[in-house]
Design a protein around this ligand. Structure first.
Ligand code: ZN
Length: 486
């Protein structure tokens, strides 16, 4: 059938296509049929049920949030406004060792598992997948299975290394999760439930990755004084398993370590000649996670994001509370638990260096459940495009888009996504490259970004003319492709 005779569902006409591969932009129309991109080029003679004029705007692949903690959010707030409003069409959940499955409903709610919120627990990865598909949400969902979660499920005491039988149980859980569609395994040996896990335990538990394929993503044991040791451990684990590694939200924390991204990136670049290793990163010099009193001394400024016993502390600085309560910052932190916090702990020079590294994907690490979230939840992608790309010139538009689309799909093994090309899923984002910018700040953390015009998931608009449509066309993505380990 000729191009002219075919009736497409949609044509985005007259836009500038930035196709997600890093290649130079070009003026082209994009046709969508049956949820896939049908044609890219001069489609003046083609017909469609609907044609949208996108002249002057960029048409790019929908953004893939490579580092999400939206495991529960996609079920409880399926409109997913914080992400849709930024142009995100797919989230990768289950990062940092934390996944909602497999867990027992009556199991302990220990930190950091509570970062995902309370309530839903799924006995198997398949149950989680069904819940996502039955939702569904406005975004597609891919997910990792978390090692912290498996330890909480399988061990009566997580403060020690796992026994042989516990390792075997977790290994079988990983195998089943991969068969049920997990993208890989995440670890969070930084966090108390997994801090006692040895390197050998992680390798043994992750063994099914080698046979079945999948990625190894890690919130490393240390991002401060011992960051190089932590990188070396991650590289050894990836090499032992012969699987690709993702170093999660790469950063170097603590004033004495500012500038050390020169060393960490050199080590990673060298390793990348022998094994597959990449990074994800969010574009801010403050981190956010659970509040840990034993860590308050490594950082001068800490903002409380939520506190169960003291909800009124949300948005307040620990040092101000210490003055008012007439006690130490550490005592305040103890009194606020369980709680979450933003740590102003990084150097912007390191953030820029890591963002610019050739194999860095963009990931928000945003937490939807927080009363007062880190602004990365609402601002990550427009901030990379507007601030770090357009204003600071860290990279051009094509490269910025590549880091949030094509690179991520390639490293995560997401089949037929992350590119504007015939045959790919019609996950598309249309934005104004001259004005796109984040507006969320630490003081106004849920302010929506500017410049996002339309967003499509599988060809269905989730965001149109700068407003949500309410459509929820997202799917659980399980059609992963093998990613070479070296
Ligand atoms: Zn993490």
């Amino acid at each position: 059938m000729s191009q002219a005779a075919q009736m497409h569902d949609l044509i985005l006409a007259g836009g500038t296509v930035v196709d997600g591969t890093g290649q130079a932009r070009r003026r082209a129309d994009v046709a969508v049929s049956g949820g896939r991109i049908a044609a890219v080029g001069d489609l003046a003679d083609a017909k469609a049920r609907r044609t949208m004029d996108v002249a002057g705007l960029v048409v790019s692949p929908g953004f893939i949030d490579s580092h999400a903690h939206d495991d529960l959010a996609v079920l409880e707030m399926p409109d997913m406004l914080p992400k849709v409003s930024q142009g995100v069409t797919t989230v990768v959940n289950g990062n940092c060792g934390i996944s909602l499955a497999p867990l027992r409903a009556d199991g302990p709610q220990m930190p950091p598992l509570n970062l995902l919120g309370q309530g839903y627990r799924f006995g198997s990865f398949a149950e989680y997948r069904h819940a996502v598909d039955n939702g569904p949400a406005a975004v597609n969902v891919a997910a990792l299975v978390g090692h912290c979660t498996l330890r909480v499920l399988r061990m009566a005491d997580v403060a020690r290394p796992a026994s042989g039988s516990e390792i075997e149980a977790m290994r079988q859980d990983v195998e089943q999760a991969l068969l049920d569609g997990a993208l890989g395994v995440s670890t969070g040996t930084f966090y108390p439930p997994a801090a006692a896990a040895t390197e050998a335990e992680v390798i043994a538990v992750c063994e099914p990755l080698t046979r079945l394929g999948g990625i190894y993503a890690t919130h490393m044991r240390d991002e401060g004084d011992r960051v190089m040791d932590a990188i070396d451990e991650s590289l050894r684990i990836g090499a032992a398993l012969n699987v690709p590694i993702v170093i999660s939200h790469h950063k170097v924390v603590g004033k004495q370590n500012h500038g050390r991204s020169v060393q960490t990136l050199a080590r990673l670049q060298d390793a990348a000649r022998r094994q597959a290793v990449c990074l994800d990163c969010y574009p801010y010099d403050a981190s956010s996670t659970i509040l840990r009193p034993e860590r308050v001394d490594i950082c001068d400024r800490i903002m409380v994001t939520w506190s169960e016993p003291h909800p009124e502390a949300s948005g307040r600085y620990l040092e101000d509370l210490a003055r008012e309560w007439n006690c130490s910052r550490r005592e305040v932190a103890e009194a606020l638990l369980p709680a979450g916090a933003v740590y102003f702990i990084m150097d912007d020079g390191d953030v820029r260096r890591i963002l610019k590294y050739p194999d860095t994907m963009i990931g928000s690490d945003g937490l939807c459940g927080e009363g007062r979230p880190h602004p990365r939840l609402w601002g990550t992608f427009p901030r990379v495009l507007g601030r770090y790309g357009r204003e600071l010139g860290l990279f051009n538009l094509e490269e910025a888009v590549f880091r949030m689309t094509g690179l991520t799909a390639m490293r995560m093994g997401l089949r037929d996504r992350g590119r504007v090309a015939p045959g790919c899923h019609a996950d598309l984002t249309v934005f104004d490259a001259d004005t796109i910018i984040d507006n969320a700040t630490f003081d106004t953390p849920t302010e929506m970004s500017s410049g996002m015009r339309h967003v499509f998931v599988g060809g269905v608009a989730t965001w149109e003319d700068g407003a949500p449509t309410g459509a929820r066309p997202g799917r659980f993505i399980s059609d992963r492709i093998g990613v070479a380990a070296a």
